[in-house]
Ligand binder design. Structure first.
Ligand code: GLY
Length: 428
């Protein structure tokens, strides 16, 4: 089977690595990809997944039997619809279905109608009305740009001044462009976060193990949020009843509600959850694999990923059992100096050849210069190790992180450290 994969980050590196293990794969093409994926498929760096016509032309050129979409932006722009209209098979939701991630007010309305627990919220097109609502709310708030803002359009506020400043920043200063024309003002939730991924073809749902992202840049969850500084799976702190509640009353209910709304949802569905003292609640829905969650999930997927995505595209996921190795995984991101604020790129990356063969390095932000791999982004690479426990996986991951270097590299030293500590509401 000829597969075209869209995207070029650490998530897509992990997807490409897993697809390349399939005996059914004839050829993998990756647009744009990154140089670290070169051994896995043909890279087409000049085709952006957002250029929908160019994607169709590429799919024709490589005779793609299936197109797998990694990031959310092309899904929200309708790349799936465009490819389906041109006669291609696609793994990833249509534009109407991807609204579950692309519009927070749409997701909130769906959750209200389907009885899916989330925070109290209201949507606003007018900053004055939003300010008045936040002032009367009687609780701390989170201000969210309604549209896609590369994970940055969410501002958690400690007090009313911060809420007012956030409303100004998103609606008046338009810090996230059109994504902030509408905002959502939500009640701030306290608890512990976990990511609940599942494959679905719109009817059948096959759940993945739970995983946990570490968004703040510094140890102890201090500092500004990033695209994710590390990940572990599974969270030992998550009890079986809560996990089952999330699977049935959030993920499966959302898939059924989307079908009932005439927006049949096929691809990966990923509710980001907050486990609070009043039960698990949805923070947001995502319409694709998480990053860095994918980097920790796919190394323990036992079933052929190509079998799964192929079955989803044909709406026959019910025919496939999806199996996972019963191991723990920990992924540690190494980032450029200064990230998530401004940073330099072009720093040579060394030590990759000394990484243990059973450890994966998924590259997110790198390019080639003079035949060498150099840094090319804020989050540069994710070192992922497996073990019989999170502690084992952590040890192996950090042992290998220490062998890789580039000027100014920084990383958190506490990824997965609290994975097995009991749930404390109010903790992260
Ligand atoms: N891990 C956060 C995200 O993928 O959106």
């Amino acid at each position: 089977m000829n597969v075209l994969l869209l995207g070029g980050g650490g998530r897509e590196h992990a997807i490409a690595w897993k697809l390349a293990q399939s005996p059914r794969l004839s050829k993998l093409t990756i647009a744009p990809g990154n140089p670290a994926m070169r051994d896995l498929g043909e890279l087409v760096p000049d085709v952006s997944p957002l250029d929908l016509d160019a994607v169709v032309v590429l799919a024709e050129r490589v005779a793609a039997d299936l197109v797998v979409v990694g990031p959310e932006d092309p899904l929200a722009a309708g790349v799936t619809d465009h490819l389906l209209e041109a006669g291609f098979r696609v793994f990833g939701p249509t534009r109407a279905a991807a609204q579950l991630e692309a519009s927070k007010s749409f997701a909130n309305q769906l959750m209200a109608e389907a009885g899916i627990a989330t925070s109290i919220s209201e949507s606003f097109d007018d900053p004055e009305a939003a300010r008045a609502y936040a002032a009367d709310a009687g609780h701390q708030v989170v201000i969210k740009a309604d549209g896609l803002a590369a994970g940055k359009g969410v501002i958690v506020c400690d007090n009313l001044e911060e809420a007012d400043a956030a409303i100004d920043r998103i609606m008046i200063e338009q810090a996230f462009g059109d994504a902030g024309t509408r905002i959502v003002v939500e009640e701030r939730m306290f608890g512990r976060e976990t990511s609940a991924h599942a494959f679905t073809d719109g009817v059948t749902v096959r759940h993945m193990p739970f995983s946990c992202d570490h968004k703040p840049v510094f140890d102890g969850n201090r500092g500004p949020n990033t695209g994710g500084m590390g990940v572990y799976s599974p969270p030992g702190w998550l009890d079986d009843d809560t996990a089952e509640h999330i699977r049935s009353d959030v993920t499966e209910r959302a898939v059924a509600a989307m079908a009932a709304a005439g927006r049949s949802y096929a691809g990966v569905i990923y509710p980001g959850m907050m486990v609070t003292d009043s039960g698990p609640k949805v923070v947001e829905f995502n319409a694709r694999f998480g990053d860095p969650e994918t980097e920790a999930l796919l190394p323990k997927l036992r079933t052929d990923l190509l079998e799964i995505v192929d079955a989803v595209a044909d709406q026959r996921l019910a025919d496939i059992e999806v199996e996972w190795d019963d191991v723990a995984t920990v992924g540690v991101f190494m980032a450029s100096s200064g990230y998530p604020n401004s940073y330099d790129t072009g720093k040579p990356i060394s030590g990759l050849e000394s990484v243990d063969p059973e450890v994966q390095v998924f590259v997110a932000g790198a390019r080639e210069e003079g035949g060498r791999l150099v840094t090319g982004g804020g989050r540069v690479l994710c070192v992922v190790a497996s073990g019989t426990s999170i502690e084992d996986a952590r040890g192996l991951a950090y042992d290998n992180v220490a062998r890789i270097s580039f000027e100014g590299a920084h990383y958190r030293t506490d990824i997965g450290l609290t994975a097995d500590q009991p749930l404390e509401v109010g903790a992260r």
